[in-house]
Every structure is written in C-alpha cells, then in structure tokens.
Design a protein around this ligand. Structure first.
Ligand code: ASP
Length: 363
C-alpha cells in the first residue's frame, strides 16, 4: 500500500505542502517516483476551499480550507504526480482583483521557470474563473501546462465536486498533450480553453461551457480525450506581459437594456476609465443616447469595445453600428468579462482602436 506523508514547509508568506512518497514501486501504473511529473498547486480560495456549518446545512463560506487540506482530500494523487502546494490567496473569487491577478500571474511564470516543474494547477472560485483563466492565458510565458479547477459545492458538501475536479485537473497537467495549449479549465469531467469557457449556471455542477466552439476535451477519472486545438494566440505567442506591471488600466463594463441612458457611461468617463466595454443588446447594440455618449468617449481617447449580453454568437464589426466611423472595437466572440480582460492588457500596449481591433481578432 502506498504511504502518503503530508509535510508542511513554510516559505516566506506561502504555505507549502509536499506530498512525499515513501513506498516505491507501488504505483498502479508501475511508475517510479522519478518518472512522475512535478506539479505545483497554487491555491486562491473559492467554494472548492469552502465550508458549511454542517453537511446538510444551507449556505457556506468560500476560502476556508488551505491547500494542504484540499490536496489531502483527494485519493491517489501520488500515483500521478509529485505535488507541492502554495497558498497565493484565500478569497471568494467574487473578490478577485487586479492585484491578485498580477501576483498570481507572476507566481505562475516564476514557478514554470523552475527547471524541475512540469506544470501548474490552480484552485480558484468559479464566479470569475473565466476572467482569471483568460488573463493567465494571455500573460503566461511558458508552454508547460497550466490548469485551473474550482468546484460548485463546498468541500464539506454531501457530494462535493472539488476532489474529483482536482484529480482530473492533475491528470490534465500531467498529460504531455496539455503542453502548449495555454491555460485550461477543468470542471465536471470537461476540459475547456480559457478563452472560450464561461460560467452559465448559478449553482449546477454542469455550469462551465465553451459556448461558441465547444470544449477542448473530456477527462473521466483521469482518462483524457482531446478535441480541437486552439487557434487563437496565447502563452508564448502572446505579446502581453505582467513583467514590471504593478497595476492594470481601469476598464468598466456597462450593461445595455431598454431605455438605457448615458448616465453610467458618463460616470465611468468621469471616474477615469481608460476603456469601456458595453454588454450590448443583440449584436452589441444600445440606445441612441448611449451610442452618442460612447461616440463622444471614443473621440476623447477612451477605447470602446462593443460586446453582447447574449451568451452566444459573434459581435460583428460594422453590422448595425458603424464602428469605422465611431472608432469602436467589436468584441467578436469575447463576452463582456473576457473583453474587459483583453482590453486591460491591450491598453498596456496602445490606445489605438485599430490595433486593439486586431488584437480582438487574434486573441
Ligand atoms: N463565490 C464562489 C467563488 O467564486 C463560487 C465558487 O467558487 O463556486 O469563489
């Protein structure tokens, strides 16, 4: 029988847990420890680390358990990898912000630069997982696998989904074919590209979907089937970097609706937004007063991206709105949350809407 020992090591500001193997030659697949990949788990909180007052109780608190507790709840991880863990944050991902993004991205790049490390698994809340994963996919400077997992049920739930998602996540990091695919998201037996994945259901375990394109693959108890490759730029091919960045430009998302006024657009401009993303109706549309206010904002140098509040479809350039004339950017497939991520990074390079439109086509 495999004996697993959890040893806590403390490094400056981070808790490190090392799952170390003592029983050589006992792996189901016949692998020796030396053959196993070295995977670092970076924990950030979320429901996957959440706790209820009791297993049948209603309501819970995110980000309670640390990385050590999360890993020790998953059986047989030691048969797939040698795992070390770090606590980067312990928050509900509704509180995710630019500061934690920059800290996490820099840590991911530093860890992947370690010669002995084969890949990274990140545990994260599901509310903003689609944004953090897309951000990381644009600023990670390595081909080594980066996989994000979360869960919809807290660690204390009757049928918690976290341990299974961690198990499958480790299997994907350990899979050589995950190399060069950019940041991936694994939940409920499905593998998604960061660019495509969106959360679609408030509480169901089947919440993450790659709506326009379909998933990157499936993973069932560690067994993987890959689907289509990703043809958009990410990772090493991306021009974006967090090196030397200590903050990101302010970009606000404005939600369109019937009878929309210009008030929230004017407020965002007054508060110093460098970019605005409209979650438009239909194909990125909005009322005439809102359109006029955005046209004025674009003329003053603020970059305006038209996205859509709809779950699927592509926001087309110059379809119902003359983007060329107004100096707008059409978001294509990117929803408002992902458009905001790309626009924040784009604004670290340029505020030229023509160059930024090209980025929206390429990333
Ligand atoms: N509110 C939680 C979070 O995003 C939800 C979850 O993790 O499922 O942290």
């Amino acid at each position: 029988m495999t004996r697993l020992q959890v040893m806590l090591q403390w490094q400056p500001a981070i808790a490190v847990v090392r799952l170390s193997l003592f029983a050589m030659g006992c792996f189901a697949a016949g692998l020796q420890a030396a053959d196993l990949p070295n995977i670092r788990v970076l924990a950030t909180g979320g429901t996957i680390a959440g706790a209820q007052a009791s297993a049948t109780g209603y309501g819970y608190k995110s980000g309670v358990y640390d990385v050590n507790a999360l890993l020790s709840a998953v059986p047989d991880l030691d048969q797939m990898a040698i795992i070390t863990g770090e606590q980067v944050a312990n928050i509900g991902s509704q509180d995710m912000n630019d500061e934690v993004w920059l800290k996490l991205a820099k840590r991911v790049n530093a860890v992947l630069a370690e010669p002995g490390i084969n890949g990274v698994l990140i545990t994260h809340g599901t509310d903003t997982l689609e944004e953090t994963s897309y951000f990381l996919s644009l600023v990670t400077k390595s081909d080594k696998p980066v996989v994000m997992v979360g869960s919809m049920r807290p660690a204390t739930a009757i049928s918690a989904d976290g341990p299974g998602n961690i198990y499958n996540g480790v299997a994907v990091v350990a899979n050589p074919r995950a190399t060069g695919k950019g940041t991936l998201v694994v939940l409920n037996d499905t593998i998604h590209y960061a660019r495509n994945v969106v959360k679609t259901d408030t509480t169901s375990v089947q919440t993450f979907q790659s709506l326009n394109r379909g998933p990157a693959g499936v993973v069932h108890t560690g067994r993987i089937e890959w689907f289509e490759p990703m043809d958009k730029k990410h990772g090493k091919a991306s021009e974006f970097s967090v090196d030397g960045l200590d903050k990101l430009p302010r970009v606000d998302v404005i939600y369109a609706h019937a009878n929309m006024s210009s008030d929230l657009i004017d407020a965002a401009v007054r508060n110093g937004a460098k970019g605005l993303v409209v979650a438009g109706v239909g194909d990125g549309n909005m009322t005439t007063p809102a359109l006029d206010a955005l046209t004025k904002a674009a003329r003053s140098g603020i970059v305006v991206v038209r996205s859509t509040r709809l779950p699927e479809g592509i926001v087309l350039r110059n379809n119902e709105v003359n983007d060329d004339e107004k100096g707008f950017v059409a978001s294509g497939e990117l929803n408002p949350a992902k458009s905001r991520v790309l626009l924040q990074l784009a604004l670290t390079k340029t505020s030229d809407p023509v160059r930024i439109q090209k980025m929206f086509y390429e990333y």
